[in-house]
Design a protein around this ligand. Structure first.
Ligand code: ATP
Length: 350
């Protein structure tokens, strides 16, 4: 077990892409940290820096107390599993699981014991004599994860390991993986752009944007109190509703959109989550009159999109399944549901 630390780490690729721009991040012993961000924000590069597949152009990567900047992948005691990982086609499940241990000269009896335990935990014990081509997609993913975990590495690096799966299987394996990572107590850095995966697996979430860390925190903390506009729109589905406007004398106004706020005069961005919006009753304060644009009946809930003059896009209101969805309605915001952000390019929370 070990900690993984990035101090002021930069990675500039020879071609010029400045993929990682001064990252400070620490994964504590046994912690699961998830890197979440849009395509191209530098998640995989950060993982590859930890693995030793890339070296930083500036800054330090440490595992425990040891600086590993120039240390080869095989000398770091890290294990990595990635989305496209192929199993060795000519080896059985048992041999695939034990391959890394065998390469390290682990005694045969210990390999058998550890592989047996891992196969049991992953629910592939009965399949150990099969070859990869005789497995389903989900079973193959389990074996690929098991191959990385069975080595009990100091640091486990996972890059979208579930992305080749979909539907119920993905949900199931996500829950299993959450349990497995907790139980194994392995220091883990996990890359995904899947919201649900990030929320389920992370002890702490790291929101990345264009090579920079925009927020670090427990998943719910990031959801409930996003540090900036980027985190507000990237974490949570549907994304937080936002509108750009101006505050004058305690009143935020954007076109036909208005709401009382506790902020000094000037431009800012006002946000509210779909579940914090209400169809306002007579006499209740409203941000404006919404005109229904789209309704999504999702079964367990209904998302109603209302146009309000002033906001660039319709605002999404989360309603109970089966609730009435009026064509026009005044919309209100629940107490504590307002988020304010600077309107400059930092978009920092106010
Ligand atoms: P995705 O979710 O699409 O996998 P990511 O967040 O993992 O994206 P990276 O793969 O880390 O992003 O890429 C970050 C940036 O670095 C991108 O602009 C990418 O084009 C660039 N990049 C990645 N690998 C290389 C490379 N080997 N050489 C040059 N540029 C690269």
């Amino acid at each position: 077990m070990a900690t993984l630390t990035f101090s002021a780490v930069h990675k500039r690729y020879p071609g010029g892409a400045h993929a990682v721009r001064g990252i400070d991040l620490s994964v504590a012993d046994g912690e699961v940290v998830v890197l979440l961000g849009p395509s191209g924000c530098g998640k995989t590069t950060t993982l590859r820096l930890a693995a030793g597949l890339e070296s930083p152009t500036a800054g330090e990567v440490r595992i425990g107390e040891r600086v590993v900047n120039g240390v080869a992948p095989g000398e770091r005691d890290v294990a990595m599993a990635m989305q496209g990982d192929a199993l060795y086609p000519h080896l059985s499940v048992r041999q695939n699981l034990g391959f890394g241990l065998k390469m390290r000269g682990t005694p045969r009896a210990e390999i058998d014991r550890r592989v047996g335990e891992m196969a049991e935990r992953l629910g592939v014990a009965a399949l150990q004599d099969r070859r990869p081509e005789e497995l389903s997609g989900g079973e193959r993913r389990r074996v690929a994860l098991g191959r990385a975990l069975v080595r009990s590495p100091s640091v486990l690096l996972l890059d979208e390991p579930l992305s080749s799966l979909d539907g119920p299987l993905r949900t199931q394996l996500r829950a299993e993986l959450a349990t497995l990572l907790r139980e194994s107590g392995t220091t883990t850095l996990y890359v995904t752009h899947d919201q649900a995966e990030a929320m389920t697996l992370a002890d702490r979430l790291v929101v990345m944007d264009r090579g920079v860390v925009r927020q670090v925190g427990a998943p719910l903390e990031v959801y409930q109190r996003p540090a900036n506009r980027f985190a507000a729109t990237y974490v949570g589905s549907p994304a937080m509703n936002l509108v750009d406007g101006v505050v004058a004398a305690g009143r935020f106004v954007a076109g036909r959109f208005a709401w009382s706020v506790d902020a000094s005069d000037g431009p800012l961005t006002l946000g509210a989550r779909a579940e914090d919006l209400r169809l306002a009753r007579d006499g209740e304060p409203a941000i404006g009159d919404g005109r229904l644009a789209i309704v999504e009946h999702l079964g367990h809930e209904t998302l109603a999109h209302y146009d309000i003059g002033g906001a660039a896009a319709p605002w999404v209101v989360r309603l109970a399944a089966g609730a009435a969805v009026p064509e026009t309605a005044p919309l209100g915001i629940a107490p504590g549901g307002v988020h304010l952000f600077a309107s400059d390019e930092t978009g920092e929370r106010i």
